[in-house]
Design a protein around this ligand. Structure first.
Ligand SMILES: Cc1cc2nc3c(=O)[nH]c(=O)nc-3n(C[C@H](O)[C@H](O)[C@H](O)COP(=O)(O)OP(=O)(O)OC[C@H]3O[C@@H](n4cnc5c(N)ncnc54)[C@H](O)[C@@H]3O)c2cc1C
Length: 448
C-alpha cells in the first residue's frame, strides 16, 4: 500500500516537472517569436558576417543565445537555434565558439550583400593600382578587422611608395590619402605617422566612424589588437565612450590630423599615377589612396537651420536605446516607416512621422498594414504634406500645408535617401561584383 502511494507521488512529481518544463519552453518560444516579429520591423537582415546554423547538428541547448553579446539576435525555436533579429548581428562569432557541437559557422550575409562587394586582391588593392579598400567596406565587419586591415595596408604602401614615386618629387602630393576616420581609417592614419609617410585624412562626419554613432554606453566587444603607436590593446569589453576616449588620447599623443566634415566626392588618377581627391572643401593629390568608408553610405541632408545638432540622426542603430522621448521621423520610404514603428514600439515614446507628399506610394504592403495598426492604436502620428523648416534644441518647426507649427522634440531621424558606398566606388572606377568571403572569415577565426 505504502509502496503504491510512493509510486503515485513520484509519478505526480515527474508529471509536474514535465508540465513545468513544457510551460517554460512554450513561454520562451512565445517570447522568441514575439522578438522575431519585432525584428521583422527591420527589413535589412544581417549586415555582414553572421552565424549559419546547421539544424541537423543543433540540439537546442541555447548556449549560443546566452553567448551573444548583442541581446536577442538568436533564440531557440522548436528545439533549434534560429536567428530572430538578424539586423542586430555584428558577427562577433561568440555563438560559434559557444556551440558545444560545432553546429554554427560564420558566413557572409545574403548574396545581395556580397553582390555589391568591391573586387579586391588579398592585399586589399582594387582593380585601380594603388587604390586600396579597408575595413567594413571590404566585406568584413568588426573593429579588430578594420584596425588590422588599415594598419597592414599602410605597411604595404610604405614598402611600395618609393617604387611608385620612381625618384619623382612632386610638390603637394602626399604619400597616402585616407578617406574615412572610423577604426580602419584611424588605424591607417596612425600607421602612416609611425612609418613617417606624408598623409591626409578626410572624414565627412566626425572622428570615430560607426563607433561614434553607437547608442550611449553600448558595450563594445573587441579582441586583442595591435594598435599603431600604442601597441597591444587587450580589452575585451569596453563602453563606446571609453573606446572613443582611448582613440582620442592616441590621436592627441600622435598629433594626428583629421579633416572632419569634409566629404570626398570624386577621385581620379592621371596618366602619371597621381590621384586627385576632390572634397567639398578642396582638392588633394596623393600617390596612393585608402578608402575606409564603411558601409553606411552618405545620407542626404535637409539643409535647414539646426541640422548640425547632435539629436539629428540619419540612421537608426538601436531603437531600444530611445525611450520616453518626443521623436520626429522624416521620410516616406520603408526605412522611415520601419524606424518610426520601431521607435513607437519603445516605452513612453511619442512619435510623429512627417512626409512631404500627400500619401505613401512606395512602401511595402506589410509596412503599410502595420503602420495602419500603429496609427489606429495612437502609438504613431503620420503628418502628410509636411516638412521641417528649422530644428531647435527642444523643438522642431514643421511646415504643415503652408502653416508653420512648433512641436516638442528630443530626437529627430531623417531618411531622405542618399548615396550607397557602391555608387561612389563605381564612380571611382572600382570593379564591384559577387565575392565569397567565407574563406577569409575562416582564416581570421583560425588566427584567433
Ligand atoms: C550597432 C552596432 C554595433 C556594433 N558593435 C560592435 C562591437 O561590439 N564590436 C565590433 O568589433 N564591431 C561592432 N560593430 C561593427 C563595427 O562598428 C564596424 O565593423 C566598424 O566600425 C567598421 O569600421 P570602418 O572603419 O571600416 O567603417 P566605419 O566605422 O563605418 O567608418 C567609416 C567612416 O567613413 C566616413 N565616410 C564615408 N564616406 C565618406 C566620404 N565620401 N568622404 C569622407 N568620409 C566618408 C564615414 O562618415 C565614417 O566615419 C557594430 C556595428 C553596429 C552598427
Amino acid at each position: 500500500m505504502l509502496t503504491n502511494v510512493i509510486y503515485v507521488a513520484f509519478g505526480l512529481l515527474v508529471l509536474h516537472s514535465i508540465v513545468r518544463h513544457v510551460r517554460r519552453t512554450n513561454r520562451k518560444e512565445r517570447a522568441a517569436r514575439a522578438s522575431a516579429e519585432h525584428g521583422r520591423l527591420h527589413s535589412e537582415g544581417p549586415r555582414a558576417q553572421h552565424p549559419h546554423i546547421d539544424a541537423t547538428r543543433c540540439f537546442g541547448c541555447g548556449a549560443c543565445v546566452t553567448a551573444c553579446p548583442e541581446g536577442d539576435v538568436l533564440a531557440v525555436l522548436a528545439g533549434k537555434a534560429a536567428i530572430v533579429n538578424g539586423h542586430k548581428c555584428i558577427g562577433h562569432g561568440l555563438c560559434a565558439e559557444a556551440c558545444p557541437v560545432g553546429a554554427i559557422t560564420i558566413v557572409m550575409a545574403s548574396p545581395s550583400v556580397s553582390a555589391d562587394m568591391p573586387q579586391l586582391t588579398p592585399e586589399h588593392e582594387t582593380n585601380i593600382p594603388n587604390l586600396f579598400i579597408v575595413g567594413e567596406l571590404g566585406g568584413l565587419a568588426l573593429i579588430k578587422n578594420a584596425v588590422n586591415e588599415g594598419r597592414d595596408c599602410v605597411d604595404l604602401i610604405s614598402r611600395r611608395v618609393f617604387g611608385i614615386k620612381r625618384g619623382r618629387s612632386v610638390p603637394d602630393v602626399v604619400d597616402v590619402a585616407i578617406v574615412g576616420a572610423g577604426p580602419a581609417g584611424i588605424s591607417a592614419s596612425l600607421r602612416a605617422i609611425e612609418k613617417k609617410l606624408s598623409y591626409v585624412t578626410l572624414e565627412q562626419d566626425e572622428f570615430g566612424g560607426t563607433v561614434a554613432k553607437y547608442p550611449r554606453q553600448k558595450i563594445v566587444m573587441t579582441s586583442p589588437v595591435e594598435f599603431p603607436l600604442y601597441g597591444k590593446f587587450n580589452k575585451l569589453q569596453i563602453s563606446k565612450e571609453e573606446i572613443i576616449k582611448f582613440w582620442q588620447k592616441v590621436h592627441g599623443r600622435a598629433g594626428l590630423k583629421v579633416n572632419t566634415h569634409e566629404k570626398v566626392e570624386r577621385i581620379t588618377r592621371d596618366a602619371g599615377g597621381i590621384f586627385t581627391i576632390e572634397s567639398v572643401k578642396g582638392r588633394y593629390r596623393a600617390w596612393t589612396v585608402i578608402l575606409a568608408l564603411g558601409r553606411r553610405g552618405t545620407p542626404r541632408k535637409l539643409d535647414i537651420p539646426g541640422e548640425g545638432l547632435s539629436k539629428v540622426m540619419y540612421g537608426l542603430i538601436e531603437a531600444e536605446a530611445y525611450t520616453n522621448a518626443a521623436i520626429l521621423v522624416v521620410g516616406g520610404g520603408d526605412s522611415a516607416v520601419e524606424a518610426a514603428m520601431g521607435l513607437a514600439h519603445q516605452k513612453g515614446n511619442r512619435v510623429i512621422l512627417s512626409y512631404r507628399k500627400e500619401a505613401f506610394s512606395r512602401i511595402k504592403e506589410r509596412n503599410a498594414q502595420k503602420l495602419r495598426e500603429y496609427t489606429k492604436g495612437g502609438r504613431l502620428q503620420v503628418i502628410f504634406n509636411s516638412q521641417p523648416v528649422e530644428i531647435r534644441e527642444k523643438s522642431v518647426r514643421l511646415d504643415i500645408g503652408g502653416t508653420v507649427k512648433e512641436i516638442p522634440n528630443d530626437y529627430m531621424w531623417v531618411f531622405a535617401g542618399g548615396t550607397p558606398p557602391s555608387d561612389f566606388l563605381k564612380a571611382c572606377g572600382v570593379q564591384i561584383g559577387p565575392q565569397d568571403l567565407t574563406p577569409q572569415i575562416r582564416d581570421i577565426q583560425l588566427a584567433g
